[in-house]
Design a protein around this ligand. Structure first.
Ligand code: SF4
Length: 365
């Protein structure tokens, strides 16, 4: 996507995919422009996906000039697409300050996985890096740099649709970063993603994943939109969770379960507990028994994910037979438990593998 403004100016201007209809309307009023222009501009940005301000042909030239002087058309510059053998694609984006983020488009693949649905899921990043330092996760390896703003979050969906030429119909906030630690920008982005004048994707098709920030879980539970929630659980007891997830020191299992019980009482959507199985760390069958108890208490389903190798980390994936035994403990206790077939493993795009390889990013600039 081309920007019609120069680089230096463009860095300081707000990006249109982060501007709400209300703010755009107020800006138009300030410019002495009629109110109906807001709808036209939003259509160009979100529906027609204009490649430049000049392409917005039903706007007067003077308004296009004012827009170009006040806004960037895009928050992200697409620099690379990496394809996977299973049709998953990873997009690398450069931000205005030279940082990089990634998003992963995961189409359902009936031929490979026997999936019935034809939905296309985008895994969205919420921060540059991550401060939470989960021991098994690639995203936290380089530490935290900054929060993404609403335009950089919502813009990932827009760009993925432009690059792929396909409609994204399902979002998971499971890319780089802890989305709940960037709560306000995340909720602003969600308003743009779900808004009828903007991207118009149903809140039920959005899943936020968190490592367990109890206060934000409560806050989201009280939010009127029916957004889905997945918890990176990865350990059924404080002893195991403390070892691999530093966040557990702040919000231990009992406090997390309290917040999830609150969620469960306010929302219709079933919670998902994500559990990465790591050999010799959290895959003891006793953990499965305790996990089953937690899941049952909040009516949650469990998604088991055999660990994905991360370069630079020592953890290993348990044997498939052991993963199945862990799953059986849950099933026998009456819990819905799936053993996830990871997609994108060959391009480091599966859960906990989103990490910018510096040499990749530098090679593209
Ligand atoms: S699992 Fe999530 S919260 Fe933990 S380090 Fe990775 S990105 Fe951060």
């Amino acid at each position: 996507m081309m920007e019609t403004t120069g680089n230096i100016v463009a860095k300081t201007l707000p990006a249109l995919p982060g501007v709400s209809p209300e703010i755009l309307s107020a800006w138009l009023a300030e410019q002495g422009e009629p109110a109906f222009r807001a709808k036209q501009i939003l259509e160009w940005v979100w529906k027609k996906k204009a490649a430049s301000f000049d392409a917005m042909t039903n706007l007067p030239a003077t308004l296009r000039e004012k827009l170009a002087a006040s806004y960037r058309l895009s928050a992200l510059t697409h620099t690379k697409t990496q394809g996977s053998a299973d049709t998953t694609r990873k997009f690398l984006f450069r931000l205005h300050d030279g940082r990089y983020i990634e998003s992963v488009l995961i189409p359902a693949n009936p031929a490979l996985y026997g999936e019935k649905s034809d939905r296309r899921t985008l895994c969205v990043s919420s921060q540059v890096g991550c401060a939470y330092g989960c021991k098994f996760c690639a995203s936290g390896l380089a530490g935290y740099t900054r929060n993404l703003d609403a335009a950089e979050i919502a813009g990932q969906v827009l760009e993925a649709e432009i690059i792929s030429g396909e409609r994204v119909d399902n979002l998971v906030f499971m890319g780089m970063g802890e989305p709940m630690a960037n709560f306000n920008n995340l909720m602003d982005a969600i308003a743009l993603i779900t808004g009828s004048e903007t991207l118009h994707l149903g809140a039920r098709h959005l899943t936020i994943s968190t490592s367990g920030l109890a206060p934000q879980i409560r806050k989201l539970a009280d939010h009127p939109q029916q957004i889905r929630l997945a918890i990176s659980f990865h350990g059924a007891t404080d002893e195991v969770r403390d070892r691999i997830m530093p966040v557990n020191k702040k919000y231990p299992v009992a406090e997390l379960m309290d917040a999830l019980a609150h969620w469960n009482s306010s929302k219709k959507q079933k919670l998902t507990l994500e559990y990465i199985l790591i050999k010799g760390v959290n895959d003891d069958l006793n953990q499965a028994t305790i996990l089953a108890r937690h899941a049952r208490s909040i009516g949650a389903k469990v998604n088991l994910i055999p660990y994905n190798t991360v370069e630079g980390l020592e953890w290993e994936r348990p044997a498939l037979s052991h993963c199945r035994a862990f799953q059986d403990v849950l099933k026998n206790a009456g819990v819905t438990a799936t053993l996830r077939i990871e997609k994108g493993h060959d391009i480091d795009a599966a859960c906990g593998q989103l990490r910018l390889k510096q040499e990749t990013a530098e090679g593209i600039v």
